[in-house]
Design a protein around this ligand. Structure first.
Ligand SMILES: Cc1cc2nc3c(=O)[nH]c(=O)nc-3n(C[C@H](O)[C@H](O)[C@H](O)COP(=O)(O)OP(=O)(O)OC[C@H]3O[C@@H](n4cnc5c(N)ncnc54)[C@H](O)[C@@H]3O)c2cc1C
Length: 320
């Protein structure tokens, strides 16, 4: 049983999703390989190996970073033809989803998106109806089966292994380099990453405008090492950038504590945060759906509750 993982890589190393997927892949079989294309691929092999890849098909060629999915699909389609894997796991990043979809179209195999677990080489789990029902899906049709997995579905754990690096050499025809990446924008970030922060403080439409996010920043600073996120309503209103968005079309977070203010708890928001260990919700609507999944619900005006909470936390931290 050959199981491959698509590894998103940069010169800084592999994305956490690659290590999460490799940890799962080695549970499913012992012939596990990673495919890493673009600058940083070879240098990522140690980390990929130490999380379960016994082989890393790698190319550091800039062509994979400078052009959208087509060159990568050309390369992985060639590898699939040569090595016949049974299952390929993809993270849900924009680039990986693009590669998976195009690969599916090209080789005619089975593709499943939005998986929350992979139960075997031909079975994966997902959530439907806005996360209210869990279903196991039987994957049929030709191999390799392609499964796109939601972020943080598995915890990355090192295996202590090492990987053989297999150099990928591929001729990319000119017609596959027409879609060019012209600019790369890195969102300026301070503090912990939203996806890995132990505490997340999130705000929604109830904040009423961008200035109120300062209150959440202050609360996050008082807690220490906390990240600030938002509902889509706050992002769509332009109060905070898209990188803050939590939910179905945003990020998935699994912090120890999720504190939200002015968020009603629409299903599309819940799928991105309901796995938090503890949920604290502040809303003025006693019937808001978020209160049904909250461990602690505070019904009140966030403009009173959030500053009072911040002050209390600061007091307890400083002991004054
Ligand atoms: C295909 C699709 C994908 C989507 N993806 C996402 C996604 O990824 N993430 C996401 O979040 N949403 C997503 N949505 C949108 C989602 O359906 C909701 O519209 C959105 O989550 C609502 O955001 P909200 O809770 O901030 O706003 P609202 O639902 O308007 O809730 C605001 C809450 O604030 C409370 N409030 C108001 N003033 C105060 C105050 N002063 N103090 C305390 N409480 C107050 C209100 O009582 C209410 O409970 C998606 C929708 C679709 C159709």
């Amino acid at each position: 049983m050959k199981i491959w993982v698509w590894a998103d890589v940069t010169p800084d190393g592999p994305a956490p999703s690659a290590l999460e997927l490799l940890t799962k892949a080695r549970e499913l079989g012992d012939d596990v390989a990673a495919v890493a294309l673009g600058p940083g691929a070879t240098a990522s092999a140690d980390a990929l190996g130490s999380h379960g890849a016994t082989k890393v098909f790698a190319s550091d060629d800039e062509i994979f970073a400078n052009h959208l999915a087509q060159p990568a699909v050309q390369a992985i389609a060639g590898l699939v033809e040569e090595h016949s894997p049974d299952l390929i796991l993809f993270p849900a990043s924009y680039d990986a989803r693009d590669v998976a979809g195009r690969l599916h179209a090209r080789i005619g195999s089975t593709l499943m998106a939005n998986a929350t677990d992979v139960l075997g080489p031909d079975k994966a789990r997902t959530e439907i109806l806005g996360g209210t029902k869990v279903v196991d899906v039987q994957l049929k049709g030709p191999t390799p089966r392609l499964v796109i997995v939601r972020p943080q579905s598995f915890a990355a754990e090192p295996s202590g292994g090492t990987a053989e690096v297999v150099d990928v050499k591929v001729d990319i025809p000119d017609e596959l380099t027409t879609a060019e990446r012209t600019e790369r924008h890195e969102e300026a970030a301070s503090g912990p990453r939203l996806e890995s922060a132990k505490v997340v403080v999130a705000g929604g439409r109830g904040l009423g405008g961008p200035d109120a996010f300062e209150q959440l920043e202050k609360l996050a600073a008082a807690i220490g090492n906390a990240a600030v996120g938002a509902s889509r309503a706050a992002v769509d209103a332009g109060w905070v950038p898209y990188s803050y968005q939590i939910g179905q079309t945003g990020k998935t977070v699994k912090p120890e504590v999720y504190i939200c203010a002015g968020i009603s708890g629409a299903l599309q928001h819940l799928v991105g945060m309901k796995s938090a260990k503890r949920i604290v919700a502040i809303t003025k609507d006693a019937d808001a759906p978020i209160l049904k999944i909250a461990d602690l619900g505070v019904v009140g005006d966030l403009f009173q509750v959030v500053p009072a909470l911040t002050e209390e936390i600061e007091k307890r931290r400083t002991g004054s």
